[in-house]
Structures are given as C-alpha cells and as structure tokens.
Design a protein around this ligand. Structure first.
Ligand code: HEC
Ligand code: HEC
Ligand code: HEC
Ligand code: HEC
Ligand code: HEC
Length: 506
C-alpha cells in the first residue's frame, strides 16, 4: 500500500504550488507588459531592423540591409534613362546650350552661358555639380551643396547641434571648402578622384540618402532641408491662396500662433511632394545673402518676381542675380521650379503628389513597395498613370506629347522674341541710346526673360501645369515685343527679325 503522504509535505506542496502559480502569473503579466511595450515600439517602429540607423547615417548601404527592396530600386538611379524631353543619355549629360543656342544669349555674362546640361539620375547629383564649368571656372558658395548631397549631419556638426546655424556657416564657405567638410571630413563616402562614370556604382557613394527623406525611427517621410523649412513657413505666413495645400490653409485658420512646421502640420500626402520640394524649386543661392526660397507672396511666377523686386541685399542694394552681358540689364535667374509649377496644375489640385507619378507603387509578392528609381513617369506609364487613368498607354503618351510639343513650340517663339529684343536693345545702344533712354526696355527685358527662363528651367516641358506654362510664355512673348517697340528701341529693329525668319522656316 502506498504510504499516505504526510501533512507537512502536502502543505509544502500547496505552498510550492501557490508560489509557482504566483511566479507564473508574474511572468505572464511581465510577458504581457513586454509584449505591450514591443507592440508600442512596433507601432512607433514597424520594421525589423538588422542594422541600427540614425540621423547621422548617410551611408545608404546600412539602410539597405533593413529595407532591401527600396534600396534595390534606389540604386537604379545610376541607370541612364531619357525620353524626348526628359533625362539624358551619355556622360556628361547633353548640353542644353548646344540644343538651344538662344540660351547662351539669354545668359550672357553669367556662368550658365558656360555650361548648362540636362539632368540625370539622383546618383549623379554631386558629381555633375562638382564637374560643371559653373563650379570649376567660377567661384561658387558652399550653399550649392544644400541640394546636391546628404548635408544635414554636416550642418549639425558645424552648428554644434543647431542645423540652421551649421547651414548658414557652410553656405558662406567657398564651394571647395564646403565640399571638403561634407565629403571628406563629413560622413558622406568620398567619390574616387577622377572617376566620372563609375563612382555611383560604388555601394554607399550615392550622395542623396535615405536619411534625406526618412525619419530613421519610423521611416515616415520627413523634410530636413533648412531652405525648404523656412520657405514653406514663409509661404504659410503669407496670404497667397494655396488651395492644393490644405494643411497650410488649416494652419492659417488656426490663429498662426507657432510657425507652420511641415513635419508636424502637413498631411502624409503633402509630404509625398514636400520631400521633392526640398530641392526641385526656385531658389537664390548667390554670394550676397543666405540661400532662400522666395515664397512669402506665393508660388506663382509673378509672386516670386514680386519678392525679388522687393528684396534688398544686406548692403541695401536692390536684389538681382546678374547683369546681362549684352544690355547691362539687371536680371533674375530661374532654377528648376518643379514644385511651384506642379502647384499650379490640375494634378496638385486633385491631390496627386510627386511620388504618385515619380515613385509609384510596385507590387512585390504581398507587399506594395514605393519604386525608389526616381525617373520620368513616361518610362513607367502602367504604374505611374494607369492606376488613375484606365486608358491605353498610347493614348496617355499622346496626351503628354501634345502638351509638351505645344509648350516647346511656344517656347521657341518666345525665344525668337527674346533674341529680337536683345538685337533691338544692342542696336539702340550702338546708335547712342543712354541708360535713361534704355531703362524702360531693360525693365521689360527683365520681365520677359524671367518668364521664359522659368518655363525653360522647369523640367516637365509644360506637363506639370500646361495652361500655366502657356500663360507664362505668352507673357514672355508680349514683354519681349513690348521692349522691341519701346520708343527708344523702335528705330533699331533689325531688318529681318528672328520671328520672321522662324515663320519663313515653317
Ligand atoms: C501627374 C503626374 C506627375 C506629377 C504629380 C509630377 N510629375 Fe514630374 N513629370 C511628369 C511627367 C509626365 C514628366 C515629363 C517626363 C518626360 O518628359 O519624360 C515629368 C517631368 C519631371 C522632371 C524631369 C524628368 C526627367 O526625366 O528629366 C522632374 C525633375 C519632375 N518631373 C519632378 C517633379 C516634382 C518635384 C513633382 C512634385 C512637385 C512632380 N514632378 C510631380 C509627371 C508628374
Ligand atoms: C537633395 C535634393 C533632391 C531631392 C530631395 C530630390 N531631388 Fe530629384 N534631383 C535632384 C538633382 C540635383 C537632380 C539632377 C542630378 C543630375 O543631373 O546629376 C535630380 C534629378 C531628378 C530627376 C531626373 C532623373 C533622370 O533620370 O533624368 C527626377 C525625375 C527627379 N529628380 C525627381 C525627384 C522627385 C520626384 C523627388 C521626390 C521624391 C526628388 N527628385 C527629390 C535633387 C533632388
Ligand atoms: C534648392 C536646391 C538646389 C540648390 C541650392 C542648387 N541646386 Fe543644382 N540642381 C538642383 C536640382 C533639383 C537639379 C535637377 C534639375 C535640373 O537639372 O534642372 C539641379 C541640377 C544641377 C546641375 C545639372 C544640370 C545643369 O544645370 O547643368 C548642376 C551642374 C547643378 N545643379 C549645379 C549647381 C550649382 C553650381 C549650385 C550652386 C550655385 C547649385 N546647383 C545649387 C537643385 C539645387
Ligand atoms: C527623395 C526622397 C527619398 C529617398 C532618398 C528615399 N526615400 Fe524611401 N520613400 C520616399 C517616399 C516619398 C516614400 C513613400 C512614403 C509614403 O507614402 O508615406 C518612401 C517610402 C519608403 C518606405 C515605406 C514602404 C514603401 O515602399 O512605400 C521605405 C521602407 C523606404 N522608403 C525606404 C527607403 C530606403 C531604404 C532608402 C535609401 C536606400 C530610401 N527610402 C530613400 C522617399 C524617399
Ligand atoms: C493619383 C491619380 C493620378 C495619377 C497617378 C495621374 N493622374 Fe492624371 N489626372 C488625375 C486627376 C484626378 C485629373 C483631373 C481630372 C479632372 O479634374 O477632370 C488628371 C488629369 C490629367 C490630364 C488632363 C490634364 C488637363 O490639363 O486637363 C492628363 C493629360 C493626365 N491627367 C495625364 C496623366 C499622366 C500622363 C499621368 C502619369 C504620368 C497621370 N496623369 C497620373 C489623376 C491622376
């Protein structure tokens, strides 16, 4: 017969059982808490990270370990792509001055008359800047690097933690010194000396990095460039209607207490354009004052012009970009106003962001991944356009071609008017017209070429806002013709004007 268990061990067993149960309960509660913590952390940080990345990790290979799909497509920006009006073949990229010789006259007396090329993929942005004759043959400021490299960690270092202060310090340096700060001293991987083609294939050598568009903790899109943050805050603080940017209109209704902060106030869909608007914008980046985006009166061509007309350099002199080499007019230079032009178009009003067309979703198994091979959407119509426009690809291509060809033809007419204007002013000068007599014509020249340059420097050949681009070119033609017929230059109209020659060729 089995021995009956004694009382004492039984009590011990019960006590042990209670202890075990308590321990288990504690463990269960602890596990639950840990689980909740993990869930919370996951919510904040939804990705499994194999490599720790932070605000100073400019090397995209590190991020690539965690997000291999996005990294793979991102690396493809080294590949050459071009369309009729987009991108470029060859290294270096095709010269826009050779394609359109009138540009050399429009830019007379300015570095752009030396060298101005088609754009290429993001991988080349630093190398193309480093090698342009505008840099190698003219002194340029460190501010140039603001949009051509992963500069924020360098700004933070130079400003002892204050990005804005570091930005101002680097902007004031010469390009060479600033380049050394960012590329050699800074954490950006160096470009092998003399390597003009292969560098971008080096892992890690891509100058714009994941950290330029993403928060490393959450991977949410984020804007970091001081020029953009200040520019968009100034836009919000003004009164210009921006119906396509609902968060700004909402912020204005909210009393304007704290400055508009794109990262906190903008919607996710707005951020999908703002990350590109960090760089694809009109800006001033000359030696006389810190780089700024001229948006305080709005994003349209004449609103930006009004800001420039009212701006004074720190020494009190009225703002201008350069003095025209043929006529002496003080003129403005336009630069890639993609964000501003898109803002005037039907897609912006319909809430369609840059990333919708230039970084469309690609399905990989069960996942939807943003295509990080940023390029012309015309090479990718099935993903870039057809999800919203379920019509044949040929139809969509034809719609775009019609817009672009019309814009191009109007631009040619505008260029002919510009050349006639320059000829007329030169002839009037040669005939002895003085500064005072020429002043009205020079003021019209400034308006005409600002508008023509604005559309030419914009890189979609009218697509981002077709009617707006045509309106601007129409005004450019009108101002140039007004300059020709201004009293002081009327006598000097050359016998066979460029427009007549152009009409004869048609
Ligand atoms: C509705 C679609 C759409 C949206 C939205 C859009 N784009 Fe475009 N973009 C195009 C098309 C189409 C072209 C013309 C491409 C071509 O000619 O090959 C273009 C051209 C460009 C180019 C020149 C491309 C090249 O290959 O040379 C740049 C740069 C650009 N867009 C930037 C932007 C930016 C920045 C935004 C947002 C502010 C934006 N785009 C919004 C469709 C779009
Ligand atoms: C850090 C600044 C910066 C940011 C941010 C940026 N770009 Fe660019 N982008 C450039 C520069 C500079 C070039 C020209 C590079 C060259 O020609 O070497 C360029 C070129 C391009 C091109 C031409 C590509 C080709 O193959 O011809 C397109 C299209 C473009 N960008 C669209 C975008 C879009 C869309 C976004 C936002 C998702 C964006 N960019 C964000 C600076 C930037
Ligand atoms: C506000 C952002 C920004 C700043 C500042 C900036 N760039 Fe760019 N740059 C771009 C973008 C965006 C492109 C691509 C679109 C294009 O080529 O029009 C580009 C293209 C270029 C290109 C290739 C096409 C060309 O123009 O030949 C060169 C070279 C270049 N930049 C040089 C410079 C220099 C030099 C400076 C300083 C004076 C500078 N950039 C300052 C944004 C910027
Ligand atoms: C020029 C800006 C830009 C750069 C550079 C960039 N991204 Fe993105 N990325 C975006 C945008 C825009 C989205 C879409 C975000 C959204 O819709 O919320 C995105 C989305 C993502 C997502 C979310 C999932 C998805 O595919 O939509 C991940 C992960 C990601 N990027 C990883 C990376 C990595 C890794 C790098 C560097 C190798 C990188 N990105 C570089 C702009 C950029
Ligand atoms: C996210 C959705 C979306 C994407 C992506 C998109 N579109 Fe659109 N598109 C629209 C909407 C919405 C309209 C405006 C329709 C309206 O208001 O009548 C529009 C209008 C147009 C128009 C008429 C423009 C005008 O001035 O009347 C053309 C052409 C066009 N899209 C072509 C394209 C092409 C080409 C692409 C790809 C590069 C593209 N769209 C990508 C949504 C989109």
């Amino acid at each position: 017969m089995p021995e009956r268990p004694t009382r004492a061990p039984r009590t011990a067993a019960i006590l042990a059982g209670v202890a075990v149960a308590a321990a288990l309960a504690t463990a269960a509660i602890a596990a639950l808490l840990v689980n909740i913590q993990e869930r919370k952390a996951e919510a904040r940080d939804p990705y499994l990270k194999l490599v720790r990345v932070g605000d100073d990790t400019t090397d995209p290979t590190a991020w690539g370990v965690n997000w291999p799909r996005q990294y793979d497509s991102y690396r493809r920006t080294v590949d050459t792509t071009y369309t009729r009006y987009g991108g470029s073949d060859g290294t270096p990229a095709r010269s826009r001055l050779e394609a359109d010789p009138w540009l050399v006259r429009m830019f007379a007396g300015y570095a752009f008359a030396l060298d101005f090329r088609e754009r290429r993929g993001h991988a080349y942005m630093l190398d193309d800047q480093r090698q342009t004759r505008r840099i190698t043959e003219r002194p340029q400021p460190g501010a140039c690097l603001h949009c051509h490299a992963s500069v924020i960690p360098t700004y933070r270092r130079l400003g002892d933690g204050d990005v804005r202060a570091g930005f101002e310090a680097l902007s004031r340096m010469s390009y060479g010194d600033a380049y050394a700060e960012v590329v050699e001293t800074g954490s950006l991987n160096p470009v092998p000396e003399g390597d003009t083609q292969g560098f971008a294939h080096e892992p890690g050598a891509h100058p714009v990095s994941c950290v330029d568009c993403h928060d490393p903790q959450t991977m949410a899109v984020r804007v970091s460039r001081p020029g953009f943050l200040a520019g968009i805050a100034a836009l919000a603080a003004g009164d210009a209607p921006v119906p396509h940017l609902a968060s700004i209109e909402r912020w204005r209704r909210g009393g304007r207490d704290a400055p508009y902060d794109a990262n906190a106030d903008a919607s996710r869909q707005e951020m999908r354009s703002f990350v590109c608007g960090q760089c694809h914008v009109e800006y001033y980046c000359g030696p006389k004052t810190t780089l700024f985006y001229p948006w305080s009166q709005g994003l349209r061509v004449e609103q930006i012009e009004a800001v420039y007309e009212e701006t004074r350099f720190p020494d009190g002199e009225p703002f201008y970009d350069w003095q025209h080499g043929e006529t002496g007019a003080r003129v403005f230079k336009a630069q890639h106003p993609e964000f501003e032009t898109w803002s005037q178009g039907v897609h912006a009003r319909a809430g369609v962001a840059c990333a919708d067309c230039h970084m469309p979703y690609v399905r990989e198994g069960a996942l939807k991944v943003s295509d990080h091979w940023v390029r012309s959407p015309l090479l990718n119509v099935a993903r870039a356009c057809q999800p919203c426009h379920p019509v044949a690809e040929a139809e969509l291509q034809a719609r775009v071609a019609a817009i672009q060809d019309r814009t191009h033809a109007l631009m040619d007419r505008s260029a002919a008017a510009l050349v006639d204007m320059l000829d007329a002013i030169a002839a009037a000068k040669a005939a002895g017209a003085g500064d005072a007599a020429l002043a009205p014509a020079l003021a019209l020249q400034r308006k005409a070429q600002w508008r023509l340059d604005f559309v030419n420097a914009e890189n979609s050949m009218g697509f981002h806002a077709d009617q707006e681009s045509a309106r601007i070119l129409g005004e450019a033609i009108d101002y140039a013709r007004q300059a020709v017929s201004a009293n002081q230059t009327r006598a000097a109209i050359p016998p066979a004007s460029n427009a007549e020659k152009q009409n004869a060729e048609r």
